[in-house]
Design a protein around this ligand. Sequence first.
Ligand SMILES: [Zn+2]
Length: 465
Amino acid sequence: MTAKAHGLEEECQSILEATGLTEDQLNLPTFGQPLTPPKPVVPTYQANWPTKATSQSIFEKALLGQVEGLSLEDEPAATNGLGDEEEEGAAKRDALGEADEDEEAGGWDMGEDIAAEADEGFVTVESTEAGGAGSSEAELWARNSPLAVDHVAGGSFETAMQLLNRQVGAVNFAPLKPRFLEVYQASKTYLPATAGLPPLVNYVRRTVGESDLRKVLPIIPRDLEYLASNDLQRGYDSMKTNKLEDGLRIFKGILHSVLVNAVGSESEVAEAKKLIASASEYAVAMSIELARRALGPTDAVNKNPALLKRSLELVAYFTIPKIEVPHRQLALLNAMTLAMRAKNYNSALSFANRMLANGGSAKMLENVRPPVPPSHHKKILTSPQARKTKAQCERNPHDAVEIEFDQFAEFEICAASHTPIYSGSAFEECAFDGAKYHAKYKGTVCTVCEVCEVGKHGSGLKLFA
Ligand SMILES: [Zn+2]
C-alpha cells in the first residue's frame, strides 16, 4: 500500500507478486487536499520595509581607488531631509525628478552629512532624555565636534574615518579597530531597566559643567597624560629589557591611541606631537633591529658576506633614530660590539666616540663587564668599554667589511627599506607620524603607523577644537 500510494508501480508489482495478492485487493484511503499556507492579503513588505539609502563606505572607496579624490560629490544622497538646502532644493527637484537627489546632496557641508548618517536606532530611545529635537546625545557629539575621536564615540565611524583621511591621509583602518571600539564603549554606561525593555543608556561627558547641548562632548579613554605615564614607560622598559617585539607593539599602540584622541589645550597639542614623534622614532629603531635579527642566526650571517654586510648596516642604522640617550647608548654598544666582532674597527671607533660623547652609563657597562671593586667605579662611569675600544681601534682604523654607512653624513632612515636617505635627496613622509621614506614609496601604507598613506598631506591631525 505504501508503494502504491507513493506511485512506485514497479515496487508495488513486485510486492504483490511476492505476497500473492492482486491490485484490486488493495484498499487505498482517499487523500485530502494539501495544506496551503495562508496568503498575505496586503504585501506589507513592499510598503513598510525599513529602507535606508546606502552610502559607499570608506573601505569600498579605498578599494575603488577613490580615496584620493574624496569629496562630497562622491556621496550618494543622505537618508533624510534635515538640511535647509534640502528644502530649498525641493522645488527644483520636483521639477527635475528623483535622479537629481545626488547632486543636491553634493552641496551639503560636513555637519549636515553627519546628522543624516547617525544611527536612527538611538533616536527613538533617547530623544526625550537628550532634550534635543529628536537627536540622541551620541548624535550631538558627532555634530558638535570636528575631531575624529568624538565621531567615533558617537558611533559615526564612517565620518570619523573620512575626517582622518582628510587630516592625515589615513587609508588603512583595520589597525584602528580596537581603538575605535574602546572609545565607543567607554563613553556609555548601561542601566538595566524594566525586564523586557532595553537598558537606559547614560552618556558620559568630558564637558562635565556644560549645559549647552551644542557644546557637550564625550569622555575619551586613555588620554594623553595616561599614555605618557603608562604606555610610554612600558615602551621604554621593553627597550631597556630588550623585548623589542613587545616594544614595537606598544609604540604602534601609542600612535593609534593618539591618532584617535582629543586634548584640552594648544599646549597639549604640542605635547601630543612630541609623543607621536617619539613613538615613531622608537618604532623605526625597533623595527630596524628586529629586521637585523630576522636575517638569521649569528653563525649563518657571519658565513654569508652579503648577510654580514646587511647586518652591520642595520646595526649601524639602529643608532640613528632620535631615541632617548640611555637607549641610544644601548644601540651604540650593540653596534660597537658587532662591528668589533666583524673587525670593522673604523665603524666601531665612531660608535665608541659617540658613546663617549653621550656620557657613560655605569649600569649599562656593568652588564657587559664583570663586577669590579668599588674603587674602580669612577672609571666605569667614564665608559671603559668604549675607551678600550677606541684605543684599540685607533691603532688600526679601517673596516674589514665595506658597509653603506657614512658616519660623517647627515641622514635619516627610510622606514620601509631601512636604508639611508641622505640630506638633500628626495623623500616622502607620513603626514601623521613623520616617518621618512624614499620617494618610490609614495602611495604605500606607512609601515610605522600602518594607517596612513605615505606622501599624502592632509590638513593635519586635529586633536583640539
Ligand atoms: Zn605613519
